[in-house]
Design a protein around this ligand. Structure first.
Ligand code: PEP
Ligand code: MN
Length: 357
């Protein structure tokens, strides 16, 4: 992908780089009052507001459309804030551009549909506007990458990904599961692509926003998108997850900001030292895995010669139980060890299946 850095196109050196504003633009007064407060926050790089709201059920607040774009123009003039809205089709793109919206974003419900994303990409050909792409609702990294590529192929270089978590069919602590390994994999595939975290839509509740935001900064995300509303209790959408601008200020000032690189030689050397220890341990682990595989081959042959099935439920249950106890004894995470056992067992079955005559 051919991309330009987020701080460049948002013209900001602040950390964390912050995108904030209400879930939805409800009235000129609500927008103005929220923007007025936010404009005093140095970290604010973009003012967000949804003007077309994709709602799960009909008869909910669906946004004020074109009318609200005019209000956003006024906000931009009054408080010198760059603005961003969600677009879901070509007509949204054309209207947003007509009213001078600075950055567009594609929402989770649109990223899932390649037809819609392509329609947006086609409407963007020849236009120099930054675009942020939220992850699809479900945990499909390829679909997220596909949407980013469609936009990038239309000639958009100012592009960023927004991680807003993934839908889970059961109720959990958070509204959407963060599944951090997905944005981390995205970073590994496209190291230059800015990734912004949206702790509001991950958490679904005000009280969890800070812990998610802190985690995102610790991992090394490039910015945060957090919903704020002058009067969250009366918000027409996502009322439970919006913060007042004051609460947002407090939250942002309470975050610890980490640097991507170690600052001095001592720190660099200490890290090298610790990493050497990890290298040694990993080599020991791989040695042990080799020994384990040798035994697995013997067992595989033995089972074949004696006509015994490869998968033995009781043995597998016993492995899971004993390893969980060993983990408890050493005070390490059961679920970590269970995942490791699953991996080893899967490989063991594969090796035994491959044993010839
Ligand atoms: C939003 O940002 O208000 C929104 C609708 O988000 P998402 O697409 O992540 O659900
Ligand atoms: Mn919202």
């Amino acid at each position: 992908m051919n991309i330009s850095t987020l701080n460049n196109w948002l013209n900001s050196k602040e950390c964390p780089l912050l995108i904030s504003g209400p879930c939805g633009a409800e009235s000129p007064e609500q927008l103005m009052a929220t923007a007025k407060e936010l404009s005093t926050l140095p970290q604010i790089a973009l003012f967000r507001a949804g003007v077309w709201k994709p709602r799960t059920r009909p008869n909910s607040f669906e946004g004020k459309g074109e009318e609200a774009l005019k209000w956003l123009q006024e906000v931009k003039q009054a408080y010198n804030l760059k603005t961003t809205v969600e677009v879901a089709n070509a007509s949204h793109v054309n209207l947003a551009l007509k009213y001078g919206i600075d950055v567009l974003w594609i929402g989770a419900r649109t990223t899932v549909n390649p037809f819609s994303v392509q329609e947006i990409a086609d409407a963007l050909k020849g236009v120099d506007v930054p675009v942020m792409v939220k992850n699809p609702i479900h945990a499909d990294l390829q679909l997220w990458i596909g949407a980013l590529e469609r936009i990038n192929n239309a000639g958009i270089k100012k592009i960023a990904a927004i991680h807003r978590g993934f839908h889970y069919y059961k109720t959990r602590k958070y509204r959407n599961e963060p599944i951090w390994k997905i944005p981390i994999e995205l970073r590994t595939i496209f190291p230059e692509l800015p990734i912004i975290c949206d702790p509001s839509h991950i958490s679904g509740k005000r009280e969890y926003i800070k812990e998610i935001a802190q985690k995102a900064l610790n991992i090394g995300f490039n910015g945060l998108m957090i919903e704020s509303h002058i009067n969250p209790a009366n918000a027409l959408s996502d009322a439970e997850q919006q913060l007042t601008p004051n609460a947002l200020k407090e939250l942002i000032n309470g975050l610890e900001v980490r640097s991507n690189i170690a600052s001095d030689d001592n720190t660099v050397n200490k890290l090298i030292e610790l990493r050497k220890l990890i290298d040694e341990i990993d080599e020991e682990l791989i040695d042990s895995i080799q020994k384990r595989e040798d035994i697995i081959k013997q067992i595989g042959k033995f089972k074949k010669e004696h006509n015994i099935t490869i998968f033995q439920l009781e043995r597998w249950q016993e492995i899971l139980k004993s390893r969980a106890q060993w983990a408890d004894k050493r005070n390490i995470s059961r679920s970590h060890i269970e995942k490791l056992c699953q991996l080893l067992h899967e490989e063991s079955i594969k090796i035994q299946n491959e044993i010839g005559d």
